[in-house]
Design a protein around this ligand. Structure first.
Ligand code: ADP
Ligand code: MG
Length: 229
């Protein structure tokens, strides 16, 4: 699960007071739930995800992920923790263009030192799950936007993380592919029990999640966690 308490972040901009983006944020997401984060552009959603993945260091506050207080982690600890516990999906896919679907998805397993035979097994199993079994040798520019994003979901989940962080993952997709990708994320949440934090503009998407967290001007204005799924 995810526990965030009194989390604040200030970017060092301009004068020495800086620019405060998040102000004493508090929320909790239970294990296995999908939470949608909503809020206008510039409200601090990506900053929040970057804090939760250690790419930014909070000015104040505490972050607990899977019962582990990660707030004081150094770079090494974060790298190790990410590899074993977190998956990411970004709006812009961020696939490596010189690598095939198979090679992109197996990357985290290589970093982890998994043997080639086992890697092949795991990658094919995952590509089957996301519906790309027949595209393993394609390069990203030979795929549709939806297929590219499904590749990046496969890469995010290949290490069996307990938490998936998705920053507007359907933002570059047409509505048909958006629907397919969300169905896939909901299905994987159901099958694998991963906790999902999903930034979205889409009201309909948010309505389907277990919880909605609304961010405005760096504050959480509402957490609706008593939803019928
Ligand atoms: P969202 O994802 O909700 O659109 P962001 O978290 O990307 O919002 O940004 C929130 C605010 O923080 C914006 O006003 C943005 O200009 C500012 N911001 C984001 N990144 C930086 C940075 N590296 N340095 C300074 N300000 C930043
Ligand atoms: Mg953003």
């Amino acid at each position: 699960m995810i526990q965030v308490s009194d989390l604040s972040h200030t970017f060092p901009v301009g004068n020495n007071t800086g620019f405060t983006v998040l102000n004493n944020i508090n929320f909790e997401i239970e294990q296995g739930k999908i939470a949608a984060i909503m809020g206008k552009s510039g409200s601090g959603k990506s900053t929040l995800l970057n804090l939760l993945s250690g790419y930014l260091k909070p000015r104040t506050g505490r972050i607990v992920l899977n019962d582990k207080d990660v707030t004081g982690f150094n770079e090494n600890e974060w790298a190790k923790f990410r590899l074993n516990n977190l998956g990411f999906v970004f709006q812009s896919y961020q696939l490596i263009s010189s690598m095939t679907v198979f090679e992109n998805v197996q990357m985290p397993l290589m970093v982890k030192g998994i043997s080639p035979g086992r890697r092949t097994e795991l990658v094919f199993e995952m590509l089957e799950k996301v519906g790309l079994y027949s595209h393993t040798e394609f390069y990203p520019d030979q795929l549709s936007g939806g297929q590219q994003q499904r590749t990046s979901v496969a890469r995010a989940l290949i290490n069996n993380p307990e938490i998936l962080l998705a920053d507007e993952p359907t933002g570059s997709l047409d509505s048909y592919n958006e629907k397919l990708l969300l169905e896939l994320i909901y299905q994987l949440n159901d099958e694998l029990g991963i906790t999902v934090l999903l930034v979205t503009h889409d009201k309909e998407v948010a309505e389907k999640s277990h919880e909605i967290i609304r961010v405005k001007d760096g504050h959480i204005i509402e957490q609706d966690d008593d939803r019928d799924f």
